[in-house]
Every structure is written in C-alpha cells, then in structure tokens.
Design a protein around this ligand. Structure first.
Ligand SMILES: O=C[C@H](O)COP(=O)(O)O
Length: 266
C-alpha cells in the first residue's frame, strides 16, 4: 500500500493568535509562488488558543493544511479543571491529536495507560491519534530502545485494537518515533538507525494488530528535523513523514520541508 507522506508541525507553547495570523499570512504569500506539494499531507498543531484561528484560515483559504492539537483529556466531560476533551477538539475542526509526547510524559507525568485512554478517546471522536514514542538517553545507552518503543506502542494501540472497528482504527492512527535525546538538541540518529527502529515498530504492529493495519499505519520520525535533513529520513522505506517542533515555526522552513519531502517538485 502507498502511504501518503505526512509533515506535522508541533508548535508546542509558541505563538499567540496574532503570531499565528502572521504565520498564515507569510505562508499564504509564499505559496502563491510555490504551492504546498499535493503529494505531502501537511498538518499544524498550534496551542489550544490558536486552533480556532488556524481552522478559520484553512477554511477560508482552501490551503491543504490540516489542524491538529497537542494534547487532550481522555474523559468525555467532567470536573477536570484546565483540561480539554476530544469532542471539544473535534467540534473545532481538529483532525489529529498528539498523545504521549515525551514532554507530556516527563514534565506532566503521563503514563502509558493514560496515553492509551487518550488515543482511544481521540479515535472515538473520529480524529486520528498521533501516538508519540521514544527512548531517553539512558535507555538508549542501555540498548533498550526497542523494548521501550515497542512497549509504549503496544500499550497505546491496545485501546484502539479493543474498539469495535479494531484493526481499521489502528490502521488510521499515526505513530511518531521521537528519540527523547534528539528533541530540540540538534542531535539525530542516523537515518538508517531511525529506519531500523521504525521498521521494528511496524513489525510489532503487524504481530499485534495484523499485516493490513501495519501496512496502513503511518510512522513518522521526529527530533531536530529541519529542511536540510528531512529528506534523509523520509526517503527511508518505513518512515512516512516527520513530526517537527522548532523548524515548523517559520512559514518558509515549513514550506521548505514539505518541498523537500516531495522531492522538490510541487
Ligand atoms: O514534536 C516535536 C518534537 O518534539 C521535535 O522537536 P524539534 O523538532 O524541535 O526537535
């Protein structure tokens, strides 16, 4: 099966509504000359406060960009001060939701079980969960990378596989392999090393959820991706795209990465 390549920007806690507007104006200007390549799906995950602005612009401009969210609570509603539910995000027009980003796991104590419940809540609202997995430096040094990412992946997918549409739902999910030591550090694994881990994740999805789901699920690489190195990762056979933090904040580098993933031809 051919999996459409996916470029996803995670803005983390950057950009006000006014700054989001500036980004879209910049991108609008740039894409008059160089359109976003049709063969790459592009998504931006802004802070919650800018989601409405981005959705309005995408709808008004017909730019081929999806809007994602960076986090969600797994409960449908309730006394959870400060939290946002999956149906609130779906109601805004969100298509993808990151779950289990390493910053959520390490800074906010999110467990594998929470990530599982979040992924299930996202899928239940018809959105696509982007399940983030990755080893930290100590785990890498102890050669535990595959154990860690396989455990994180399987725990998260269990919640999806258990739903009534099981393998179908797994196939439409996205996994983002982000070595924690590579995030924001300027360091990356060799593309072949990222390919080996992502290939192993795909095999583990095949064992747990079947070959069709493994063939369909998109698996991204993330961690210090920029226009200069993105193609070296996305040209690998099992790497279907990239989850990008810092380099997604400027319209010119976002467009350059989409172009690089498309092989330069829009
Ligand atoms: O979600 C994105 C990742 O944490 C990667 O961030 P980065 O591209 O700034 O290294």
């Amino acid at each position: 099966m051919t999996r459409k390549r996916l470029l996803m920007g995670n803005w983390k806690m950057y950009k006000t509504v006014a700054e989001t507007r500036r980004f879209v104006e910049d991108l609008q200007g740039l894409t008059q000359k160089t359109p976003l390549p049709a063969q790459v799906e592009t998504v931006i995950c802004p802070p919650f406060t800018a989601i409405g602005e981005l959705v309005r612009w995408v709808n008004a401009s017909s730019q081929p960009i999806g809007v994602g969210a960076q986090n969600v609570h797994f409960a449908a509603q309730g006394a959870f001060t400060g939290e946002i539910s999956a149906d609130m995000l779906a109601d805004l027009g969100v298509k993808y939701v990151l779950v289990g980003h390493s910053e959520r796991r390490t800074l906010f104590g999110e467990s594998d079980e929470w990530v599982q419940q979040k992924a299930a809540a996202v899928a239940a609202q018809g959105m696509q969960p982007v399940i983030c997995v990755g080893e930290n430096q100590d785990e890498r040094d102890a050669q535990r990378t595959l154990d860690v990412v396989e455990h994180q992946t399987l725990t998260a997918l269990n919640g999806l596989a258990a739903s009534s549409r099981g393998a179908d739902v797994v196939g439409t999910a996205v996994i983002a392999y982000e070595p924690v030591w590579a995030i924001g550090s300027g360091r990356t694994p060799a593309p072949e090393e990222a390919q080996a881990v992502i290939g192993a994740i795909r095999q583990c999805v095949a064992r747990a959820c079947g070959a069709a789901a493994a063939d369909r699920i998109r698996i991204l690489y993330g961690g210090s991706v920029k226009p200069e190195n993105i193609a070296s990762f996305t040209l690998q056979p099992d790497i279907d795209g990239a989850l990008v933090g810092g380099a997604s904040l400027q319209a010119d580098s976002f467009l350059a990465m989409a172009q690089a993933m498309a092989g330069g031809d829009a």
